[in-house]
Design a binder for this molecule. Sequence first.
Ligand code: ADP
Length: 301
Amino acid sequence: MITPQHFTSLESALCFLFGKGTKAERADRISGGDINEAYGLTLTGGKCIFMKTNVKENASFFTAEAAGLAAMARTKAIGTPEILGTGTDEGRTGYSFLLLEFISGEKRRADYWETLGRQLAAMHRAPTDDLIPNGKFGFACDNYIGTRRQKNTGHENWISFFRECRLEPQFRDASRYFDRADLKRTVRLLDHLDDILVEPEHPSLLHGDLWSGNVITGNDGSAWLIDPAVYVGHAEADLAMTELFGGFSPAFYDAYKEAASLQPGYGCRRDIYNLYHMLNHLNMFGRAYLSGVKRMIGHFG
Ligand code: ADP
C-alpha cells in the first residue's frame, strides 16, 4: 500500500510541499460533500489546492481515502487528483486534513461520457495482485463508505467477500428496522447468495462509491474520479452503483460495455450490489431508505 506523507500541522505540510513561508492566504468553502468540510486554499504565490477537513479523531477517513486514490492512480487508467498529503493538526481545536491537487474544469469535452466508460473499463482490467496481502478480493486496509467503516478483509472468493464484508455487517446494523418476516428474508438471501451472484472472470479494482457526485470535470474537460471507497471486487458492483442514483449518460454505458464485456445476467444481480448501498444509507440516514431496502429484500429473499 502506498502511504502518502502524514503531517503534524497544516503549516508544516504547506512549508514542506511548497517551500518555507508558504501559507494558506485564503480558504474558500466548497459545498457538495456529505461528510467533511471542503476548501479551496489559495497559497502564498497564488497556487490553489484542495483541502478536506474533519475532527482529528477521524484522521483515518483521510488516510484510507488517500490509499484508495493512490491505488486508482497507479492503474494510470483514469484521472484522479494528485495526493499532496494527509495530516492531523493538534492545534487548539485539532482537526485532520487531506490535501489534494485542485481539480477544476469549466467545459466537458464532447466525448466526456464515452471516455469515462472506456477509462473505467481500463481501470477494471488493471492488475490487482499486490493490492491485498491475503486473498483475491478486499483491500490492504479497511476504509469508509460515507461515515461507516467498510471491511476489506482479503477473501479468495468474491461471493463470500460480498456476503461477509458487505451485506452481513450492514444487515446486522439495520436489523433494528426489520420485522420478523424481513429478518427471515435476509437470512434466506444470504444463504442463497451463491445462486444469485457469480464469480468474476478476473478481480477488478473498484472505485466503490461511484455515483455522479464523485465524478468531476478536470482542466482537460474529461471526467476525474474523487472520494473513493476502493476495494478489489467484481466490476459489476461499480457499474451497478452508477445506476442507483442516476446521472450517467447512455454513452458511458455503451462505451463501457464495448470495452468490457458483461457476464450474462448482470441486470438480475445489479440490485443485490445496490442493496449494500441502500442498507448503508438506511444505517447512516434512517427510515427514509427503509421502504426501498424492504422492496429489494422482498425481491430476492
Ligand atoms: P465528502 O468527503 O464530504 O463527500 P467530497 O470528496 O465529495 O467530500 O468533496 C466535496 C466537494 O468538493 C465535491 O463535491 C467536489 O465538488 C469538490 N472536490 C472534491 N475533490 C476536489 C478536488 N480535488 N479539487 C476540486 N474540488 C474538489
